[in-house]
Design a protein. Sequence first.
Lengths: 435, 550
Amino acid sequence: MLKAKKKTGLVFFPAFDWAIDPSHPEREERLLYTKDQVFEEGLMDIEGIKEYKPAKVTENEINRAHFCVPDIQTVTTSSHFISAGGAKAIAQKFASGEIDNGFALVRPPGHHAMRVVHGGRGFCNINIEAVMVEYLRKEHGYKKIAIVDTDCHHGDGTQDVYWHDPDVLFISIHQDGRTLYPGSGFTEELGGPNACGYNINIPLPPKTSEEGYLYTIENCVLPILNEFKPDVIVNSAGQDNHYSDPLTNMNFTAQGYSKLTTLLNPDIAVLEGGYSIESALPYVNAGIILALAGLDYSNVKEPDYNPESLKETPETIKYIKDLCKKVMGIWDSRNDLKKRVYGNDPIFKRKRNIVYDTDGIYERQFENVTNCDKCGGALKIDSESDRGWKITGVHLPINACEQCVTQAEKWYEDSNAEISYFHDNKNDRFEKKKR
Amino acid sequence: MIIGIDVGGTHTDGVLLSGNKTEKSIKIPTKKDNLYESVIEALDSLIEKTDPSKIKRTVLSTTLTTNTVVQNKTSPVAVIISAGPGIDPGYYKIGEFYSIVKGALDHRGRELIPIDEKELAKTAEEIKKLGIENVAVISKFSPRNPTHENQKEKIFSKTFKNIFKGHNVSGHLNFPGRINTTWLNAAVRDSYEDFFDSVNKSFIERGIKSPVHILKADGGTMPLGESVNFPAQTIFSGPAASVLGAMPGSKKDIDSIVLDIGGTTTDIAILANGDPVIAQSGIRIQNLKTLIRAIETKSIGAGGDSWVRVEDSKLLVGPERKGPAMAFGGDLPTPTDAFVFLGEIKEGDFEKASKGINSIATTLGISPEDAAEKIADKAAQNIVDAFTEKIFDLNNKPVYTLHEFLDGYVLNPKEILVLGAPASVFAKRLEKLSNIKTSTVKDFSIANAIGAAMAKPTCTVTLFADTAQRKAYAVSENYEESISQNYSREDAFAKAKSLLYAKAEKMGADMNNLEIDTIEDLSFNMMRGYRSSGKNIRITLQIRPGLVAV
């Protein structure tokens, strides 16, 4: 009789009646075969594995992570609430000690959703990890959180939400942005001035397989986590590094994902992308669940699994080893980076343009953040999209210091944008005014 | 007239009903070593003064299968497994002979690895040498394609008479559950067949020619003849009988809680708008996951004889039972003693009950009256907490569509129906503590037999269609059809419905009064690249359990 070594919670929400559109990769069918495999394996009946229903998420819980333009209702559907609620349910059970770890097997995904949301990017509207992380910090008092994003695409949304936050370490391992959407995620994206060095990108070359991926985890991700000492480790568990994925060019496997999960040992895993719905997902998900529960997954293999044919070339392995060395060099020098990269202005400014491929939107942003040694800083974003909206969002992180609170309040007061938002995560105060 | 007989662990209850009227009822001790004799004793007493030709229907509920398992009287079974990728099937080892052979299917039933006839022939020889006569063949994903199991049956049937196939037990995907359920059917069949033959003979001898039915765990019946192939379905029919017995007194437009309170345990079940809530995905038997559908019941250690004591100056009641109440010769105080002390139960030794209550009162430093009230309230509170949790769990069951999440049925019980010996003394406290209107079930000591007598036949059909593979299956009906690419959800639904009707008729259902529930109704467009490669359709229908019209 199988018995889990760790109490593992699962939220399985395949949203069998929701799609971006009928032929979109993010469609009703996506988790159908995963459900078949998970149920046929009897995973939910194993002693120690428990299935939960998604929790409910409130608008303010979304406000902690996002400025939704013009409002939350316009840029979401109920599926986004339930998907975020799935992650929240696992966080609840984890925080209460009911489970040792958990997996939110939900859709739609969220890791391309940035702080400002004008619509969908990379199939994502609401950053479900960020909503969950803010819930863990606010309701359960966790201080330091590490998010390790193992989706094949750069987790640019999560990177953006936590760009200025030194208490949330973000590590994204993905296929090199020169070869894949969203075209970002390079090693020099270090984090904002107040969190410089706490945003880590590991852009792996195409055709990376088990050896290279697991080398990266063992020689780069784990040493960084050991030093950062997070209270909670979250894994954005995308499954599109798989050799059969139709959208990417990697050679990872179900065995690889299972071993990755054992090594990383996340407290909470949240499903992100992965669109090889028949050849990969059933096996990868079964492997991840077994790995979380501490059970034997050695027989969880794709029917056509052939590790020899998937092996990296020696050049690829060398490239990965050099890349890991480079990333570790940046991490080791993180305390000196701020001055070198950002100098010492009292307010830092940044200008950028953002593309929403899913909904076809172009956004211009102008950002101000206070230079602060005590907190993540007060953040002001002026944003306008080609849909015509012009907004100003003022955000305070949960650990905001007095000075930054004063600055943020002044920014909000002075703002004369079409819509102005004041999101104070410290006091859970969310205001909005229209010109 | 109809007969209902419920052979329980301690008592065998029987009723003879004429319309709504109970013509005769009996309660006799169960002969644990010969359940058949208990059935016949009950039957003979019920029909003593009745013309056998007037008996239109008999329903039996027995603990035979449970006893066979608990008393380790199962027959040896050879279990032949083929699996493919996933959890190592070695973990599911069950039966006297367990062999993992070649062959694998994927989640759509496509063959990954064919079976090996030579290997199977060799395995058959091995089993024969061991003297095992019952063979169970189970393939992973066989509900998606029964071919491998059918091929194995063909090979094994050259040597063995009784072959049990996994896909016959359920269309539900759950490989370990299917292995266990198939094994269970095979393991209890021999003892069940003896029982079946004896019962059959006795009814004929007594001139009763009307159909005899067996009660299943889901509260439905199946014909005695049919039950021989699926004896596992008869497990836990006792609790189902009690729930059905409470139904005549329940209101149809509200949700109700049914509590069967005994000396040791209380069984909790829920009626949603008057119909029992069913555990569709199967129940556990001795910690063994099965695919046997059953009325959702939760059994807790709380009853009239629960052990009452004080620990760390806290009053505790149950969950253990240490023996009978002191008022009835036990050594330790129980809620029953509190009821005797308070004068709510007139039987029993008042002096002995007082002694128990006094000891608790002294430890708590309160009056015996207060102690007795506290004990009674605590005992009832334990039951209230348990059913509150059960309702919470049912309302928080995982769902897989937005529709179910947003518009799913939320249970909100407005009445409690209590049966069992201490029902009346618990009822008023349950009402006070839960604020839910509580009443005792009429004739509650024989309500289980009434429930059995009035149970309707039930059955389910699961149909799976894959238009890309041009196949439709309803595996437990041995139905397989080649379909066109244009086969639609509507076609699948109509087919499932006609299969269900055919099955219901075979089960002896009243074809003019069928209530059909849709358990699953999903159709997916399978997109490969930017083109639709076909549809993947899943339909599950059931005949709703309930009571026959009288």
